[in-house]
Design a protein around this ligand. Structure first.
Ligand SMILES: NC(=O)C1=CN([C@@H]2O[C@H](COP(=O)(O)OP(=O)(O)OC[C@H]3O[C@@H](n4cnc5c(N)ncnc54)[C@H](O)[C@@H]3O)[C@@H](O)[C@H]2O)C=CC1
Ligand SMILES: O=C(O)[C@@H]1CCC=N1
Length: 265
């Protein structure tokens, strides 16, 4: 299988590193990673600590912006020597296409992407929306890069990005919180820390793997556990109360989506 195209990855923190890890596993043409700290990067890829160190002869097909949104304004102008023939993939939370256009100019090909950290394992979920000057080839290239780290959803409208971010970009945090709380409750109810940790983590891991392999709806998998008149049903009856998980999750997603929208304005 052909390698993924050469990329310039700017920012290799939690998200940048997760994507890079996924891409390296698939095979990447010689690429450059800008990261201020030490980085264990296999050859022939190049690690630089600042943009000034990148060769003008390097021709990336895609430039991935994976720094914090408020770090981007300062970095973007210095990327101009490499932008002409590249598509910009912006991972920046809450920075919309209009904002990207204002930074890069009207003609630059820019795509807004919202991945999540399971990308590191090739199990990511990335929502994507393209700017008007992106070519068909650049869309294909982006699709190939993102499919290499998981599933890809091209959004019908940029308006969907705020909710997509709140569900999938932020989503792993909710699942980890569930594991955290299951462990905490186990400990509070008298289990040892090690036992509570094992029970909580493996239950989340196993359930996610089962969901990933199954053709069944998540509701059916849930019902297969909750025997009518049995034990699980007692817990589900409490969690599924409209004021419990349905309402709090809806409020939580709305709060995250509102923040994404607010950051774009
Ligand atoms: N963490 C996550 O799960 C997700 C994050 N995002 C987005 O990804 C972006 C990065 O988030 P994180 O990885 O969590 O943040 P982070 O703080 O872990 O990583 C940001 C990286 O950018 C680097 N950086 C800052 N200025 C730089 C410069 N001038 N040159 C080179 N590198 C520079 C920092 O050293 C750091 O390694 C954000 O815009 C966020 O909205 C999107 C989806 C999920
Ligand atoms: O929390 C954030 O702002 C970023 C965007 C989605 C996940 N992390």
């Amino acid at each position: 299988m052909a390698n993924l195209p050469p990329i310039l990855l700017v920012g290799c923190g939690h998200m940048g590193h997760a994507m890079l890890h996924g891409w390296l596993k698939k095979g990447l043409d010689p690429s450059v990673i800008v990261h201020r700290h030490d980085l264990d990067l296999p050859s022939p890829h190049q690690h630089v600590r600042s943009i000034d160190e990148i060769s003008k002869d390097f021709h990336p097909k895609a430039i991935i912006l994976a720094m914090k949104p408020d770090q981007a304004t300062e970095i973007i102008p210095s990327l101009s020597p490499w932008t002409k023939d590249a598509v910009i993939l912006s991972v920046l939370g809450g920075r919309n296409l209009n904002w990207l256009k204002s930074q890069f100019g009207d003609t630059q090909a820019v795509i807004r992407v919202m991945p999540n950290t399971p990308s590191e394992l090739g199990l990511g979920m990335t929502s994507v929306v393209a700017g008007s000057t992106v070519t068909k080839e650049q869309k294909q290239l982006t699709d190939a890069l993102l499919h290499a780290i998981g599933q890809v959803a091209w959004l019908p409208t940029e308006k969907d990005m705020d909710v997509a971010t709140a569900i999938a970009g932020s989503g792993p945090a909710y699942i980890f919180l569930l594991a955290e709380l299951l462990q905490k409750v186990g400990e509070e109810k008298g289990l040892s820390k090690d036992l509570a940790r094992l029970l909580a983590r493996q239950t989340v891991v196993g359930s996610a793997a089962l969901l990933g392999k199954s053709d069944k709806e998540s509701e059916d998998l849930r019902k297969a556990v909750a025997t009518p008149g049995g034990i699980t049903e007692q817990a589900i009856n409490i969690l599924i109360e409209s004021k419990a998980w349905p309402e709090s999750l809806s409020k939580a997603i709305q709060a995250a989506a509102d923040r994404s929208k607010e950051m774009s304005s």
